[in-house]
Design a protein around this ligand. Sequence first.
Ligand SMILES: Cc1cc2nc3c(=O)[nH]c(=O)nc-3n(C[C@H](O)[C@H](O)[C@H](O)COP(=O)(O)OP(=O)(O)OC[C@H]3O[C@@H](n4cnc5c(N)ncnc54)[C@H](O)[C@@H]3O)c2cc1C
Length: 340
Amino acid sequence: MKSDILLWGRPRLSHGTTNVAAACNSRFPSHNNCVIDYMGDDAAVVQAARISYGDGTKQVSDDEHLIRYLMRHRHTTPSEMAQIKLHIRIPMDDHRQVIRHRTASVNEYSTRYSDVIKKTRRTRPKQWRLQSQSNKQGSQEGDIVWPEGYEVKQVDGHGVLLHKGRRIMVVEDVATFTPAQYLTRRQATVHLSNSDFYNALREFGIAREQARQNICISTYTEYYWCIDVHNWLHFLKLRLDEHAQWEIRQYAGVMAEIAMNWLPKTWAAFDDYVLNAVTFSLRDQTVLRHMLNGRVDLALEVAKSYGWGKTSRERKEFVKKLATIGGPNPWSRRWAYDQK
Ligand SMILES: Cc1cc2nc3c(=O)[nH]c(=O)nc-3n(C[C@H](O)[C@H](O)[C@H](O)COP(=O)(O)OP(=O)(O)OC[C@H]3O[C@@H](n4cnc5c(N)ncnc54)[C@H](O)[C@@H]3O)c2cc1C
């Protein structure tokens, strides 16, 4: 069983021997992501829980029900009995988010001891995202257009990109050259110039610890990352969420697939009680109760007393939660009308 998981983990992000691996490979330009080791499984979680509940548990509860009970009641220590150690190779940018999870043990590649990893994460033209209009931390899909001052045209028989009248790039096909292609090409030159300068500093004998100061955060780092299942699931809850950055969600997505295979019962309970659970606060419940009693007037009055105006984030999240369970939006005119 142990070797199955290790074998299963390794090719996923490296050589692409399965469909999933191919999909992961296309998302990660990395060769060093894999499961190094793990301890325990669903049975270890159950075993630990049974020591606290005693022999009686066996009769009243099979493994699956026991794990669901533990998850439902946030009885988390049994899931700390299982641990996983991953080898992660990740751009510095995303690494900064992973490292915030203090409950993992980390041993990282040292760029004081060894030269920086030369590889950088390139953003393909179709991967650029716009700044979100509704979430200051987020991004959104949309067409990238030339800002004012940019112009692609033929000059003296050559395709060129001009910025405020100054030639900044030769363009093969004026008709098809897009702003996103420009950004990707420009990114490549930035990466090249960064690594050129790093190499130059090293040629001059400058210490690695100082030469690295000019490297951009698209470069990779790598480390062993060891975490128990309780904290790993907490990590996955936060980093699979739609509010997490797309790039880290790709890493979390692969980890989730590992968890599903390794701990099917624990994963199923987590999926049900945590990942896809909808939680209603006390305030939510008060508004909801009035809605269920057909008192839209009271529901809206109470919501108003909470300061849930049109732009209130809490109100928007409440409406979203209602939509998730197929409920109506109490602020929609149609619903208010139907209630009369
Ligand atoms: C979408 C998103 C946006 C974010 N934006 C920002 C941001 O703008 N700025 C920013 O700085 N961070 C940001 N973060 C990081 C976030 O605040 C957390 O630091 C990070 O997600 C790690 O979570 P954690 O502390 O729960 O995890 P871990 O460090 O793994 O800790 C797990 C749990 O252990 C407990 N714990 C661990 N250490 C302590 C401690 N010292 N004291 C008490 N309890 C502890 C807590 O219960 C904690 O939840 C963001 C995270 C997400 C997911």
